[in-house]
Design a protein around this ligand. Structure first.
Ligand code: 13P
Length: 249
């Protein structure tokens, strides 16, 4: 097996966090300084906190990401934020195609691809999410579903890209796929990426997301082709987030 990329543990805070949450970030920054330098760490707060979090995290091991972007640079898109704006206030990455945006905001694969391309245009890493529903898994359609999402939403180039495999039914449910099931999907994604671009495809990080907790992190993070985690609920507490990152210590 070729050398796997350096792992990344990223926290997706979703619509949680007020200015007072800066103390939680400071606890993450302080704790991260004591972890071995074997893993990259990112926090993706709501957009309202990106600027202050980026300022607080400057010079630390933590980098700051955003949770979504618009595909255009600027224009008449009330309420939206461009990748350039996110970069301007200190984000280095942006999540695109999270299942909550696909389901609740009607985002299609084509829209997700445009967002991923916008991220690269702005100089941000795109963390592109894919994942099957419970019904799709029960029907044995998981691999086909992920393949279709990759066909439709991968940008034209793989540099500056991270993939996050997040089974929709595992998000916020406390349920996780078996290590074998995670390995099957991650292996398929790795092969898919290599088939597009051998060098970039072997170096693209593939994160697992969906009910990652301190208790299951070690097992999930040891699965072949799992190069880190995209953590929701457990990333809101510094101790839990750091315990997950410590799976790589
Ligand atoms: P949970 O870790 O809360 O299941 O959320 C996962 C997720 O959606 C991260 O993007």
């Amino acid at each position: 097996m070729a050398q796997e990329p350096r792992p990344l543990v990223a926290g997706n805070w979703k619509m949680n966090g007020l200015t007072a949450s800066r103390s939680e970030l400071e606890a993450i920054i302080a704790g991260a300084a004591t972890l071995p330098d074997t893993v990259d760490l990112m926090v993706c707060p709501p957009a309202t906190l990106i600027a202050s979090f980026a300022e607080a995290a400057a010079g630390s091991r933590i980098v700051i990401g955003a949770q979504d972007c618009h595909a255009a640079v600027s224009g008449a898109f009330t309420g939206d934020l461009s990748a350039e704006m996110l970069k301007d206030v200190g984000a280095v990455a942006v999540i695109v195609g999270h299942s909550e945006r696909r389901a609740l905001h009607g985002e299609t694969d084509a829209m997700v691809r445009e967002k991923a391309m916008a991220a690269r245009r702005a100089g941000l890493t795109a963390i592109l999410c894919v994942g099957e529903t419970r019904d799709e898994r029960d029907a044995g359609a998981t691999i086909a579903r992920i393949e279709r999402q990759l066909d439709g939403s991968l940008p034209d180039r793989l540099d500056g890209l991270v993939i996050a495999y997040e089974p929709v039914w595992a998000i916020g449910s406390g349920l996780t796929p078996t290590p074998k099931d995670v390995g099957d999907v991650h292996g398929m994604i790795r092969n898919y990426l290599i088939s597009k671009d051998k060098a970039a495809g072997s170096g693209t990080r593939i994160l697992y997301g969906g009910s990652v907790k301190p208790q299951n992190a070690k097992e999930l993070m040891s699965v072949p082709h799992v190069n880190g985690a995209l953590v929701g609920g457990a990333s809101l507490k510094a101790d839990d987030f750091l315990a997950i990152a410590a799976a790589y210590a």
